[in-house]
Write a protein that binds this ligand. Structure first.
Ligand SMILES: *Cc1c(COP(=O)(O)O)cnc(C)c1O
Length: 480
């Protein structure tokens, strides 16, 4: 070691400097996690307040990292909403575990490009392997395993998975000729009124168009009504349109509603429609046997996705996307230009994940998933999920005992939709006030046209006393 010459010359960081700064940054992150509770959860800065403190021009000579750290502390931190605060109950959890952060760092350090099997075989094979593990861990149908006709791939976000699913569906329905006159403006996609906005984005990007997206009505629990779906498909066929794609949701964004996937699946099977199932947040719960019933009906699904970055302790971005028939996906996305031709691809028998996604390039994202699963084990992940479900139950009980608040939808897993018994304006005022105070952070949605508050539990550092304190704050603000 001693007589080793630092590799770096010129403008680059020496390996000694890298070690020193690297330890510093790890220390800084560990300190951040220890003090994250001390910051206002929602950033209190005004628009442009961050930029106005940054120099207008980049430095012409390099600066010391010490100076950068100072700005990180003084300019950047106040401009952050602290997603990892134990008092963050907004949107969905940050799910940023220490093992996953270390996996992310390894990914950056290795810097491999996994677009083809040949450009880093381990990058592809580890991904395939971990995604096969998850099929068993979540009790997904075996057809999603790489050993059969299907397989899994990591995407950045669920929106990308949905877009790929729709592209594959369009390709399958039109046999690769979606531009043919017979299909122009005729392909129709279906989801519920509660489905995430990424479906509408996907129909716009794929050219089906928002006008050809049908929002199917839901029942009192905000789950899609399969009879209405079937009637709408029949109506569209009568009008000469071509039904193509259905997205069912396991755990809707607003209220974690679960669509009846078996019934929807049978309709899709009869009609020959592609069924995509989006379980972005709720899917992670199926790591516990008591929640695996959530995946009933997936035997009908052509594709499925969930985000470990929402609730399975992996930092974002990390979406797992599965298809039952991998050729349906690669038929839509594979193009082989001369400069990517290689022996392994031509011989077959390897997976080139570039054909399973929109971009060509891909990073070694499976490392963080692998580290996380190995560090926690299935049992550790189950404990994590059960703890949050328990805390959401506690919050539910406290709301039910409250004179000021009431439930606004059936609470499920780690999400409670509730509201002040007053009008929408009162609810909005309460939300704005607590978020401005910064002690806790909640967001809202609308259900049946009514303004509703969402309480989503899932931070690594959230304990019972944080939940009780959140209720105390809500009660206090409701009274003034
Ligand atoms: C969060 C969410 C999405 C979008 O996820 P991204 O990964 O951010 O694209 C899609 N569907 C559901 C049900 C969600 O909750």
């Amino acid at each position: 070691m001693e007589n080793k010459v630092p590799f770096s010359t010129g403008p680059h960081m020496t390996s000694e400097e890298f070690r020193r700064h690297g330890y510093q940054i790890i220390d800084w992150i560990a300190d951040y996690w220890e003090r994250v509770e001390d910051f206002p959860v929602l950033s209190q800065v005004a628009p442009n307040e961050v930029r106005s403190q940054l120099p207008p021009l980049p430095p012409s000579a390099g600066e010391s990292l010490e100076r950068v750290f100072k700005d990180l502390e003084n300019i950047i931190l106040p401009g952050l909403t602290h997603w990892q605060s134990p008092n963050f109950f907004a949107y969905f959890p940050a799910s940023c575990s220490a093992p996953s952060v270390l996996g992310e760092l390894l990914c950056a350090g290795l810097g491999v490009q996994g677009m083809l099997w040949a450009t880093s075989p381990a990058c592809t094979e580890l991904e395939t392997h971990v995604l096969d593990w998850l099929v068993d861990m979540l009790d997904l149908p075996d057809k999603f395993k790489s050993t059969g006709s299907g397989g899994g791939v990591l995407q950045d976000y669920a929106s990308s998975a949905t877009l790929c699913a729709l592209l594959a569906a369009r390709e399958r329905t039109t046999e690769g000729r979606s531009n043919r006159a017979g299909y122009q403006g005729k392909l129709v996609a279906y989801c519920s009124t509660q489905t995430h906005s990424s479906i509408e984005k996907a129909v716009r990007i794929t050219g089906l168009g928002s006008d050809n997206l049908r929002l199917i009505e839901v029942n009192d629990n905000f789950a899609m009504l399969p009879d209405v779906l079937a009637a709408q498909i029949a109506k569209d066929r009568r009008e000469g349109l071509v039904p193509c794609f259905v997205c069912a949701t396991i755990g809707s964004t607003s209220s974690l509603a679960v669509d009846p996937v078996p019934e929807i699946g049978r309709i899709c099977q009869q009609e020959g429609l592609w069924l995509h199932v989006d379980a972005a947040m709720a899917g992670s719960a199926a790591v516990c046997p008591e929640f695996q019933y959530l995946h009933q009906g997936l035997e009908y699904a052509d594709s499925y996705c969930f985000n470990p970055h929402k609730w399975l302790l992996v930092n974002h971005d990390c979406d797992c996307f599965y298809v039952a028939d991998k050729s349906a996906l690669t038929n839509a996305l594979a193009i082989l230009p001369e400069y990517l031709k290689n022996v392994a691809t031509e011989a077959g028998g390897v997976i080139d994940y570039r054909d399973w996604q929109i971009p060509l390039g891909r990073r070694f994202r499976s490392l963080k998933l692998w580290l996380t699963i190995r560090y926690y084990g299935i049992e550790g992940l189950q404990l994590h999920i059960r703890k949050h479900v328990g805390l959401a139950k506690l919050f539910t009980d406290l709301i039910e005992e409250s004179d000021s608040f009431e439930l606004a939808a059936p609470p499920f897993l780690n999400l409670v939709c509730f509201r002040h018994k007053g009008d929408d304006q009162t609810n909005q005022r309460i939300l704005e006030k607590i978020n401005k105070e910064g002690q806790i952070y909640l967001t809202h949605t609308k259900l049946n046209g009514q303004y509703v508050l969402r309480f989503c539990v899932g931070q690594i550092r959230t304990e019972e006393h944080h939940v009780r304190r959140a209720v105390d704050i809500l009660e206090r603000v409701a009274k003034c």
